[in-house]
Ligand binder design. Structure first.
Ligand code: GDP
Length: 543
């Protein structure tokens, strides 16, 4: 058992995710962070996963080989007295819904930019989710070993497009073939970059930083003087790093490097350790036990990481790919308490109790049984479908965290099973996948069709594969007449009035919430104007 107090254990945790546009280098950076943190010994371990993820068939294969879904899992390592939980988010944009949910379990995000490309569309989308959830952001500008954009132009882009104050911690000296290293802003130190010798497989050690005025041997021509000039401008032109402003989401510290060449990685890891916030206080509600009659209104509560009771929520459910087992692993992010193996936890909304005898900790190269865990940690809880995405778990069973967001799907299709005798199975299978959050499911009030919603086309393909493999169902997807789905909310009378006029387009989601299926975005706008008392929303918190 730990010798540290509960709050000490919590405050040494750093739970973070990496957000990036595909190809910016997230997988490579993940691997090099794990290397720098001592969690893996050689490059290559994570790479295989990254590359396999590119092609869907390979991706499915690797899921099968590992027996567990590799999407959005977590990697835990201890370094320099801190426990790091790196939440892995799938890079493919079709899985962005998964990514969004994973971000609800992160206390900080590393935003990776390609130094030649700057902010790309997916960076922007993910950034917006971080902002919505007040997640502070550390920026890492990657691929300095290639020809990069002007560093000031990159920082200006962060300032103007993200409305975020960039505070450069280091400043690069050239890029591409002429990359010499980087200087620590305001500190007069220089971190040299050592090029990989031709024909060598191993990356050279870049060496320790040294005073900039003693680093002449690393530069050619005017380069050193140019760097000194640039530093003067930088020190005058950008705000110095202010941790409070960073934690409040107004400022981002900017670091630079090359993930591929293991340059700038120690500096990044140190920034995460020093600056990323420990597990945050989470808003929650204390509910009456499910069996209570005339239950009083729930009591608002701030769950401190040092609270004695174990509490947390499920942000992802991963299905075992072994078709003979229906085991699921719920990824449980702890908000408070000291978890011990064998502990009993209760699901808030159902009151079901669970003995957590085989919780899993995900170390980079291995999965291990978790003997203990604290706020900020993510443990995998095997179960047979008792746990759903968005569920809150606690010792008392009374704590409820705000649900995870569901995002309005961008593609809506009708699904049909080829063998009509299997229609009943289809319903169960679709519900299972929707509970896991693979796709969303809408049941129209009229008729017997199911409408499946997804953010991207790939989700349908994964779904079709899984329906075949796990449930033995051969399905076809057909176009549906709908383009958009909106959750509706408002006074009962207003809702009934609206639903009465649009009955053929009304449906319910998996939690029986009313949804309006619009035939076009024009129609969404039209009904919103005609029924001003009804709220039409694009996201809904589950749970
Ligand atoms: P992801 O899609 O964001 O996970 O990106 P990957 O990590 O798979 O990287 C995409 C491509 O960029 C791969 O070919 C990497 O080898 C390459 N890459 C990643 N980081 C660097 C870097 O620092 N320098 C260079 N030159 N290439 C890099």
């Amino acid at each position: 058992m730990s010798k540290l107090s509960l709050s000490e254990e919590a405050s040494r945790r750093r739970t973070f995710a990496i957000i990036a546009h595909p190809d910016a280098g997230k997988t490579t950076l993940t691997e090099h962070i794990l290397l720098a943190g001592g969690a893996i010994r050689a490059a290559g371990a994570v790479r295989a996963r990254g590359e396999n993820r590119r092609a869907r068939s390979d991706w499915m294969k690797i899921e099968k080989e590992r027996g567990i879904s590799v999407t959005a899992s977590v990697m835990t390592f201890e370094h320099d007295g801190k426990m790091f939980n790196l939440l892995d988010t799938p890079g493919h944009e079709d899985f962005s819904e998964d990514t969004y949910r994973t971000l609800t379990a992160a206390d900080c995000a590393i935003m990776v930019l390609d130094a030649a490309k700057g902010i790309e569309p997916q960076t922007l989308k993910l950034f917006e989710v971080c902002r919505l959830r007040d997640i502070p952001i550390i920026t890492f500008i990657n691929k300095l070993d290639r020809e990069a954009q002007d560093p000031m132009a990159l920082l200006d882009e962060i300032a103007s497009r993200l409305a975020l104050d960039p505070s450069p911690i280091w400043w690069p000296a050239e890029s591409g073939n002429r990359l010499r290293g980087m200087a620590e802003v305001g500190a007069g130190r220089f971190q040299p970059y050592v090029k990989k010798p031709a024909g060598s497989d191993e990356d050279p050690d870049h060496g320790d930083p040294l005073p900039l005025d003693q680093a002449a041997s690393f530069f050619e021509g005017r380069e050193q003087a140019d760097l000194a000039d640039a530093l003067e401008l930088v020190e005058a032109g950008y705000k110095p790093f202010d941790r409070q402003a960073f934690l409040e989401g107004h400022m981002t510290p900017v670091l630079w490097g090359s993930a591929l060449r293991h340059f700038g990685i120690e500096q990044l890891l140190k920034a995460i350790g020093d600056w990323a916030p420990p597990p945050k206080v989470m808003p929650a509600k204390k509910e009456a036990p499910p069996e209570t009659r005339n239950a009083p209104a729930p009591e608002a509560l701030s769950v401190e990481p040092g609270r004695d009771e174990v509490t947390g929520f499920v942000f992802k459910v991963q299905a075992n790919m072994d078709p003979n087992h229906r085991d699921r692993i719920a990824m449980f992010r702890m908000a408070s308490g000291a978890f011990k193996r064998g502990m009993k936890l209760k699901v808030q909304n159902t009151g079901k109790q669970l003995s957590v005898n085989a919780p899993i900790m995900f170390f980079a190269s291995d999965r291990e049984l978790a003997e203990e865990a604290y706020a900020g940690d993510v443990i995998g809880i095997p179960n047979h479908g008792v746990l759903r995405v968005g569920d809150s778990l606690s010792e008392s069973g009374l704590i409820r965290f705000a649900g995870l967001p569901n995002f309005a799907p961008e593609i809506l299709q009708r699904v049909r099973v080829k063998d009509p005798l299997k229609a009943k199975h289809l319903k169960k299978a679709l519900e299972g996948l929707a509970e896991e959050g693979v796709t969303q499911l809408f049941r129209p009030e009229l008729g017997s069709d199911f409408i499946v919603g997804a953010v991207g086309q790939l989700q349908f393909e994964v779904m079709a594969d899984r329906l075949g493999e796990e449930y033995g169902l051969d399905v076809v997807f057909e176009p549906s007449p709908y383009a958009e789905a909106r959750w509706i909310d408002g006074d009962k009378a207003d809702l009934e009035d609206f639903a009465g006029k649009y009955r053929p387009q009304m449906a319910v989601d998996i939690d029986q919430n009313p949804v309006f299926l619009a035939k076009s975005s024009w129609e969404t706008g039209y009904v919103a104007e005609r029924f001003p008392k009804v709220r039409f929303t694009k996201t809904r918190e589950r749970g």
